[in-house]
Ligand binder design. Structure first.
Ligand code: NI
Length: 129
């Protein structure tokens, strides 16, 4: 099946550069890989007990700081936070959270829904031993 999508020129140019760097020969090949990763990230179900995740958040000046702060305070399971100013308009934050997988997914969803957030990445660790 052929799927078409819209994207601004700048993002497409950066995507093309990135896929060449990673060794993909076509956009379709890179997109299929991205979709598989996206699905496997959503498939994070049925894990018992707490997990540990490291979340990185990249955001620009458009982010609403009070809203970000409200999210941070709602998730008391966040044990560590680190803030770095990348350049005059972008900030990077790193969070370590120990919580149930459902709770971590909830937090990721809130971060992704926040205006001004450009990239949300996470690494999940094994369940508690
Ligand atoms: Ni900053």
């Amino acid at each position: 099946m052929i799927v078409s999508m819209s994207m601004d020129d700048e993002l497409l140019a950066r995507f093309d550069d990135a896929l060449k760097t990673k060794g993909y020969s076509t956009r379709s090949e890179a997109m299929r890989d991205l979709v598989r990763t996206f699905i496997s990230d959503c498939d994070w179900e049925g894990e018992e007990g707490d997990s540990i995740a490291v979340i990185t958040l990249l955001y620009g000046k458009e982010v609403k700081k009070p809203e970000l702060m409200r999210i941070q305070h709602r998730y008391r399971e966040i044990s560590t936070m680190l803030h770095t100013h990348i350049d005059p308009i972008n900030c990077l934050e790193v969070y370590v959270i120990k919580a149930s997988s459902d709770r971590i997914k909830e937090l990721l969803k809130e971060f992704r829904g926040l205006q001004g957030v450009k990239v949300v990445k996470f690494v999940k660790s094994a369940c508690e031993v």
